[in-house]
Ligand binder design. Structure first.
Ligand code: MLC
Ligand code: AMP
Length: 493
């Protein structure tokens, strides 16, 4: 029978090369066999706490071997992983945990208090487990998931301000990573420097899954630090590095400060946000390497990639991965368009998710009748078949590779005493690509700093406005709709 999950390829590698180092973390090597043993212990602990097939298990944990063991353990126990960004605060946590109906949340002692504070609101949450304790349980028997089972629910920004859970099946993530490994020539000889957060698809379903699928190795860091990453790149120990554009901007600064060029890597990849042509060119000049830019999203993992062997075009995101399809359609008529015409990108293939968790309306809305997924990203395709992205159908802001939906911030700011109305937009930012900015009409004496502090309390820190302008009233059209293009001009002084 065909392979059903990435877990199955991982277990196969454990049989063939049990002693090979899969993960290096904080000075310690974890062999494939040891990772599997930790995962089986985690599965045993979850089963002992009543986790059964189909149960949602939230993972609210920073990058660590505990995270990896819990992630694999949830799958071995038949559960569905709900990864949660560790920067999330009350508003986001309450929504994700209650919407997913998570029965168990795996966390650690440092993050636990934010969850304890919400306990009363989360009726379905039976247990909060601290990750290191999971390894104290006897191992579970080995049960591998079927390809049709849901592997994870990734929460992604929703147009109403409430994020939606994208359900990815085991076979979706397996199909995608097989295509990614083929396109990028990822083999068991590769060693990846992995500093992306594991709670989003870039770090988890590309970085970690690719390592397991290829039978390769990675060095996992708790977080990205330009100085540390530069040192590690300089050690010559790696063949690959994946980052969001902000990481490349910071590595370029680091290179200028040190005036030293690390030895070449087989592959540098950028994604999750647009890589500017300036950053691409500066990296080629300063590091002597052409970054491979690719495009993905939570619902589909990886969609488009610049070629490994052919020309890597600055400002373009390349072509569909092997076995996947993409085209541009007219936004109004949904008719496919030829090259050099602007429209919306649609994608189709085995990598595309199964739909939004308990949102049949949103799922129907997201697909065409012949199975294309409407990405909401606007772009065009060149005569040579290179796609490029030039906008978004929605107001989504992407800052440092994290998504921020204006409505969510507007809802929080609107609750601040004295605020009459508010509009949130994204402004260009040299380091983060875009920055969150808010125009607020409020009673005299309203303090922007207090509004920012209020946002920080309720939401992840990267969502707080970096700029606030106080106005008498927001620009509205005759229908009383806020005109966001005019809000933009309020920041031009
Ligand atoms: C941190 N800050 C941010 C921010 N990250 N502000 C805006 N956008 C961000 N992304 C804030 C902090 O709260 C802090 O403010 C100040 O900026 C400086 O923080 P820092 O310590 O310099 O930030 P750091 O921790 O170094 O984080 C920067 C980063 C991180 C780029 C390393 O944001 C990151 O890991 N981004 C990766 C996101 C990612 O993996 N996305 C993939 C999604 S999957 P203050 O006031 O608190 O001091 C996806 C699909 C696909 O999109 O295609 O891959
Ligand atoms: P997420 O919802 O976090 O999965 O974010 C997915 C979104 O990130 C996509 O819909 C795109 O808008 C954006 N994105 C990902 N990769 C790129 C890229 N290379 N260039 C521009 N935007 C990107």
């Amino acid at each position: 029978m065909a392979t059903q999950s990435v877990l199955e390829t991982f277990v196969d590698h454990c049989g063939r090369a049990p002693d090979k180092t899969g993960v290096h973390f904080e000075g310690e090597d974890y062999s494939y066999a040891r990772l599997l043993a930790l995962a089986r212990q985690a599965a045993g602990a979850l089963a002992a706490h009543g986790v059964e097939a189909g149960d949602r298990v939230a993972l609210f944990l920073g990058n660590s071997v505990d995270f990896l063991a819990a992630y694999l353990g949830i799958h071995l126990a038949g559960g569905i992983v709900v990864p949660v960004n560790t920067l999330y605060r009350q508003v986001e946590l309450r929504h994700i945990l209650s919407d997913s109906g998570a029965a168990v949340c795996v966390t650690d002692a440092a993050l636990r208090p934010s969850l304890d504070a919400l306990r009363g609101d989360l009726k379905e949450l039976r247990h909060i487990l601290e990750a290191p304790l999971l390894s104290e349980q006897p191992a579970s028997p080995l049960r591998l998931p079927d390809g049709d089972e849901i592997a994870l629910i990734g929460y992604t920004s929703g147009t109403t301000g409430r994020s939606k859970g994208a359900m990815l099946r085991h076979r979706n993530v397996l199909a995608n990573i097989a295509s990614v490994c083929q396109a990028w020539r990822w083999t068991d000889r590769d060693h990846l420097l992995l500093t992306l957060p594991l709670f989003h698809v870039h770090g988890l379903l590309v970085g970690f899954h690719g390592t397991l699928f290829a039978g390769a190795g990675c060095e996992l860091h708790r977080a990205f630090s330009a100085a540390t990453v530069f040192d590690r790149l300089n050690s010559g120990a790696f063949s690959m590095f994946f980052g969001v554009p902000t990481m490349y901007v910071r590595l370029l600064d680091e290179q200028r400060r040190r005036n030293l060029t690390p030895p070449p890597l087989r592959l540098y990849v950028s994604g999750s946000a647009a890589l500017s042509q300036d950053t691409f060119a500066a990296f080629e000049a300063q590091f002597g390497q052409r970054i491979l830019e690719r495009y993905g999203m939570t619902e589909t993992v990886m969609n488009l990639t610049n070629p490994y062997d052919g020309e890597r075009r600055p400002g373009a995101v390349g072509q569909p991965f092997p076995g996947q399809e993409a085209h541009i359609v007219d936004v109004a008529t949904r008719a496919p368009l030829g090259s050099e015409r602007d429209g919306e990108i649609e994608v189709r293939g085995g990598h595309v998710f199964a739909g939004y968790w308990q949102r049949p309306d949103a799922t129907t809305e997201a697909f065409t009748s012949d199975g294309w997924f409407k990405t909401g990203d606007l772009g065009r395709v060149s005569a040579e078949g290179y796609f490029s992205i030039n906008g978004r159908a929605s107001e989504l802001i992407i800052t440092g590779g994290y998504n921020v939906y204006p409505r969510e911030i507007e809802d929080v700011i609107a609750r601040f005493p004295g605020v009459r109305e508010v509009a949130v937009i994204g402004l260009p930012d040299a380091e983060f690509g875009e920055q969150v900015a808010a125009a607020i009409a409020a009673d005299p004496g309203t303090s922007p700093d207090e509004v920012i502090a209020f946002c920080r309390e309720q939401l992840a820190a990267f969502k707080k406005p970096k700029r606030i302008v106080l106005v008498d009233a927001l620009p509205r059209n005759a229908m009383q709709k806020v005109q966001k293009h005019l809000v933009r001009t309020l920041f031009e002084t």
